[in-house]
Ligand binder design. Sequence first.
Ligand code: AHR
Length: 657
Amino acid sequence: MKAISLLGAAIAAMTAMPASAAENTFDINVKKTGATIQSTMYGIFFEDINYAADGGLYAELVKNRSFEFPNALQGWKVFGNVKVLDDGPFERNPHYVRLTDPGHAHKHTGLDNEGFFGMGIKRGEQYSFSVWARSETPVILRIELVNTASMGENHYVCQQRIAVNSSDWKKYKVTLRPNQTLEKANLRIFMETRGGASVDLEHISLFPTDTWKGREGGLRKDLAQALADLQPGIFRFPGGCIVEGTDLETRYNWKNTIGPVENRPLNENRWEYTFPHRFYPDYFQSYGLGFFEFFQLSEDIGAEPLPILSCGLACQFQNNDINAHVPVDQLDPYIQDALDLIEFANGPATSTWGKVRADMGHPEPFNLKYLGIGNEQWDSLYPERLEPFIKAIRKAYPNIKIVGSAGPNSEGEQFDYLWPEMKRLGADLVDEHFYRPYEWFLSQGTRYDNYDRKGPKVFAGEYACHASGKKWNHYYASLLEAAFMTDLERNADIVHMATYAPLFAHVEGWQWRPDLIWYDNLNSFRTVSWYVQQLYSKYKGQNVLTLTMNSKPVAGQDGQNGLFASAVREGNDIYIKVINTSQQGQDLSFNFIGLKKKEAVQGIKRIDLSSDKLYEDNSIEAPTNIVPVESLFDAEGKSISTSIEPLSFSIFILTVE
Ligand code: AHR
């Protein structure tokens, strides 16, 4: 067994223990199965922050494809004679461009799109270009991908031509096949026809054809796969603060995110300006990834959908003017939005909103069971708005489980006020958020032990270890998340859902970190926290087993040598999770209680996540720098001895025979 030395003083102080490793005996009762672990226990929180949607999961490569950004040509470089007009074919996105021949043999007209930090394209793959166009006389457009870093022979990556041949708006499509792999290509549309010709272009789009599930205009495959591989039980969308909006006009309005993408109106993205030191003036929401796609993705990855809707309060962090919010007696349209959403998800294809879903290609219901109202709200402003929502939803849809909020903090005045309010209102689950430092995660091993078992269930809806001075993804933070999660698991009778946050981040466009999955335009990597989440999900089990050390839960308590542990059972299999937060390797002895005379426990395998690179994580360059390692666990008996590395997380997989 090794010891890790030379760690920061802070860690040493928090996890100090005697120099020699102690023998730690865990009593695990395999007979008495405890609480059922909900299928929703571990899941995903999605928010369009850090370019998670446009520029991320949504595989569209063109930025400002509909010319609806406040600066209509943002993201575009135009040349020659290009004009922006606003009487286009899509009512809610009326802008388009008119390209006219400049009237001189040496002058050209066209436009380039820069994509999101460039466009990632791969040699050998296919890209589907489309544009809505019209022209009075036939016009040839040359569509090309260009390598802006090379003005030599590598400049042209691929080219195709489109003949616009109708004076009515029509959609034209062509497939591009790049001859190079580039992280930062640009798209160029070049007007070839001369002689005073003119052509109108709208909704200019470019997608890889190899998307998640091969869907046209779909999701980036590697990122969607990283979600599926988490084996999530719940999928929360669309956030986060983005639900609320800085003002109500810019809140997330689900009805604007469905139907043909050409007519989904643009919305601002509050993460454009939330942190002035990480200001992204080109960050908007195209809503190409909207509620239909969120429901569909939930279905694809086997997770229950959990939409969160505005409760009629604008973001209270950004807008504490009382007039910014909907007065309680004017909430009806917001409540109707919630009722309509349930119909959109679950109603028959003959119902008003069910028909919209069916017309989008999903006649079967999405089987929505959970709905959140409000995100990080506080004060009496919140319960007084939540109450009429709850009454109306209960009346129309008594089986829908409603998620309320405990505000932005894991404790404190608002938390203490809101929890009893959620009980009074009969919320089914309460969403708690905690972005907290090392000390907090180390001290919360018994957080849920004393929660009222008769009240609402817990949804740990946003959490991550945010070390002060080290607010980035790193191994030690992930380890403490794993330690804390033993408490979630041990209290699975009351904790029904937990989702790490945020989920995605573009390496060039992040506003908030740590995050679970990072990417550039070509590659992505899964962080150590991702692996922690995946291990919990994969070895979730069906029932909690009692696991104690000296009759106490193993939760980093006094005399427990910095250990955290929990155990679950699935059929005859037992999964024991142990996190050693100390700098010393530890000997462990599992003492199985409740076995029949002829029964014994047999080791199958162990999975170890361990590293002495405490402040490192995986990266684009080294995506597997720190990953779990599986090995055989050769052990048998009513009692089994083993050991665990310093600062490590191990799962022992055993079976009762
Ligand atoms: O996850 C990032 C943000 O953190 C969420 O939008 C918000 O709910 C919380 O404050």
